[in-house]
Design a protein around this ligand. Structure first.
Ligand code: GLA
Length: 385
């Protein structure tokens, strides 16, 4: 969980931007998706957990109806806009996410007033750890609590997603915002993306002597580059060809996909269907206390994303192979694909070897040094002070 350090840093940044103390500091974490990839917008199952790293919003009310946004990570790109002038396209760049949160709150009928917001983060951008969702969620939580509005967390997640979809224009599912707002420490979050039902699934890595390494391949992805949207369209076409309301409804019987003539669409659908099964099997193992038993499912998920969904990238495949070669129990790419991070589940005592193996594999190919993080399943968004 974020301690007083990050809160003080965010407050210091607020003082640099606006002078004085912020009325409050809120934190929203990034997330790692353990399994259940590209299933959320197919009404399936996802199993993310929150990181301890994330985004802080230090904020105070102001009387002029203006939303002002400044980020320590983008000091040259401040934004200030009257709330009444907020509309999709009116704010671009990093500030579109927090501005979108304010816009989506207002669209939902929640009366947000002028606010000064200072953003500080310790989450890599473009590493598939949902830095944009964390930015939306930290801002949405800050704005609602600052202005005395009480919004149930699932509703706030839907509002933050609306910011991403309608204001920033990126057609993502509901996973990232749900993870940032709903996760509990020491647990992953099972989310049924059809019913919206959630449950906390025990995921105590230290107690099991295990680590989950997040390995940043340094390849940057942008969900806005069209490839994510293209996979969504593939899934919609496959859904139509099968005559179901969502791929969630297709069983994994052999022959279930025969109605799809196009072999590419058939592979896309096969990924989603098998991934839903893997996600639920992972939940079963975690509930039985068998974290290590999930490892083969992680590796199978990677092969499915690489071969059927075709969203892996060379650095991810090399990192997965190098991690497994050094004794990792299972490994997969995580997030939307085409860049970002992989995750590797390993015995804690082999963590150093796994890291060395991936580092060497990258060095041999002349690729930039990868980044490593031992992820700790942490609490969802909260007020720090
Ligand atoms: C991104 C999106 C999510 C989800 C994943 C893929 O993170 O924001 O909604 O679709 O990709 O599982």
């Amino acid at each position: 969980m974020a301690g007083p350090g990050p809160a003080d840093q965010a407050a210091d940044w607020y003082a640099e931007c606006y002078g004085g103390e912020p009325e409050g500091v809120w934190h929203a974490p990034g997330r790692v998706n353990l399994i259940g990839e590209h299933t959320d917008y197919n009404e399936g199952f996802v199993l993310p957990f929150a990181l301890s790293q994330g985004v802080r919003a230090a904020a105070s009310k102001r009387g002029d109806g203006v939303l002002e946004l400044r980020s320590r990570q983008a000091p040259g790109e401040p934004a200030a806009v009257p709330l009444t002038a907020l509309a999709p396209g009116s704010v671009t760049g990093w500030a579109a996410y927090p501005a979108g949160a304010a816009w989506a709150l207002a669209k939902t009928g929640l009366p947000i007033r002028g606010t000064s917001v200072a953003i500080d983060a310790d989450l890599e951008r473009g590493a598939a750890l949902s830095s944009s969702a964390a930015l939306e969620c930290a801002t949405a939580l800050a704005l609602t609590e600052l202005h005395g509005l009480s919004v149930p967390r699932p509703e706030l997640a839907a509002i933050a997603r609306r910011a991403e979809n309608e204001f920033a224009g990126i057609p993502t599912g509901i996973m990232d915002q749900s993870a940032s707002l709903l996760c509990q420490a020491g647990h992953a979050l099972l989310l049924d993306c059809r019913s919206g039902e959630t449950s906390d699934v025990p995921f105590d890595l230290p107690a099991a002597g295990l680590v989950l390494l997040v390995i940043d391949t340094r390849v940057r992805h942008a969900l806005s580059d069209g490839r994510y949207a293209a996979r969504r369209r593939d899934c919609e076409e496959a859904t139509r060809a099968l005559g179901v309301s969502a791929l969630r409804d297709v069983t994994d019987d052999p022959g279930a996909l025969d109605k799809i003539a196009d072999p590419v669409l058939r592979r896309r659908a096969r990924h989603v269907i098998t991934e839903n099964h893997r996600a639920l099997a992972t939940v079963g193992l975690l509930r039985a206390g068998d974290i290590a038993g999930c490892a083969p499912l992680l590796s199978a998920s990677h092969r499915s994303l690489r071969d059927d969904f075709e969203i892996s990238w060379p650095q991810a495949d090399a990192a997965v192979d190098a991690a497994l070669a050094a004794g990792a129990l299972g490994a997969r790419m995580t997030g939307g694909g085409f860049g970002g991070s992989i995750i590797a589940l390993a015995q804690a005592r082999t963590s150093v070897d796994v890291q060395a193996s991936v580092r060497d594999a990258f060095a041999r190919r002349g690729w930039p040094r990868p980044g490593f993080l031992e992820a700790l399943p942490s609490a969802g968004a909260l007020r720090l002070r």
